[in-house]
Design a protein around this ligand. Structure first.
Ligand SMILES: [Zn+2]
Length: 338
């Protein structure tokens, strides 16, 4: 390890301790709610799937829970926090939410949540449950993970404006999935999965190992889980027309009602993107709110139930200490200006 790397590591640790300690101090002054958003909880990996979806190691997940507890946060269900907001009561409470519906929620996060007796919310991509197929998006990432760069490049060139000097495949593929041509994305995904030799049997095995089953959901529901919706197939909503947007939201609500029991009350935005259609459809579907990935604490001036901020937790936990710290400082500064 070079001198520069050692210095960087040391300053990183010092900053982490600084943010940690100041947050504990400031939390007692600010006393505002926080909603956390996690995706996968699993051992770190460099796979495109994990880098694109986002992950936190079980150990770091525990550290974040302890951090919130040391700051004096009480963990409550999302609905309880929303009720508090509605009556204008802003307390030091935290809500833990997960997006998507990966099996590692059951395998790695759920035992920790049970140990600490913490209620939690899953914003579920409803087509994943008991599925024998991979979601289009995950199939694309997994195929890219299996293929050599040269093979991926030749396929990408046929379906996108790929140039060989691309710096980060993860960023590039992010742009591809946000392109407007849904048919082209599906064709690209199909070509990739054929090249990666993901046959029906392999896909079934992958889907079974990767996604939650209705049985696992049922068990978690009796131990603190509330299921909400994250859409049926996780398409970027702002690229869909009104009818497709409605279908994505309404079919996911129907799935939860018919297959898992109970009516969802909240929707979380795939990729965090939204527009007027989305808000209108969510409202007319009878849902009470929309969870975003707008990274903020919840204060009287920032809250709108159809634009609820959530702070995303990934594996670099210094970032979470830093974000919380930043919003505490911002809140105090704004109060002093009034
Ligand atoms: Zn998602």
């Amino acid at each position: 390890m070079s001198q520069v790397e050692i210095l960087l590591m040391k300053s990183n640790s010092i900053l982490k301790v600084f943010y940690f300690i100041t947050s504990i101090f400031l939390a007692n002054i600010v006393r505002k709610p926080v909603i956390l958003c996690l995706h996968r909880v699993k051992a770190p990996s460099k796979s495109l799937l994990d880098r694109r979806v986002g992950f936190t190691s079980p150990n770091n997940f525990k550290k974040v829970i302890r951090f919130m507890k040391i700051m004096g946060y009480e963990f409550v269900p999302l609905d309880e926090l929303v009720n508090m907001i509605e009556i204008g009561k802003y307390k030091k409470v935290a809500v833990i939410t997960f997006d998507d519906g990966f099996k590692d929620l059951y395998q790695n996060a759920y035992p920790i949540l049970k140990e600490f007796n913490i209620p939690f919310t899953l914003f579920l991509i409803t087509s994943l449950i008991d599925s024998k197929e991979l979601l289009w998006l995950h199939k694309l990432y997994i195929s890219l993970d299996k293929l050599h760069l040269k093979e991926s490049e030749s396929i990408l060139k046929s379906y996108s404006d790929y140039a060989s000097n691309i710096e980060d495949m993860s960023v590039f593929i992010g742009k591809v999935i946000h392109s407007k041509d849904k048919k082209n994305i599906i064709e690209l995904m199909a070509a990739m999965s054929i090249a990666a030799k993901i046959d029906e049997g392999e896909e079934k095995r992958l889907a079974r190992d990767l996604y939650l089953s209705s049985k696992e959901i049922e068990e978690m529901k009796s131990n603190g889980l509330t299921v909400e919706t994250h859409g049926h197939e996780h398409w970027p909503l702002t690229n869909l027309n009104e009818e497709e947007t409605e279908d994505e939201i309404v079919s996911s609500i129907r799935f939860i009602k018919e297959e898992l029991g109970g009516l969802p009350k909240y929707f979380s935005l795939p990729y965090g993107t939204t527009n007027k259609y989305v808000i209108d459809i969510v409202k007319t579907s009878g849902l009470k709110g929309i969870a975003t990935i707008k990274s903020q604490i919840i204060t009287e001036s920032s809250v709108d139930l159809y634009n609820l901020p959530r702070i995303c937790v990934y594996d670099d936990i210094k970032e979470i200490y830093k974000i919380i710290n930043k919003y505490y400082v911002k809140y105090i500064y704004e109060k002093l200006q009034q």
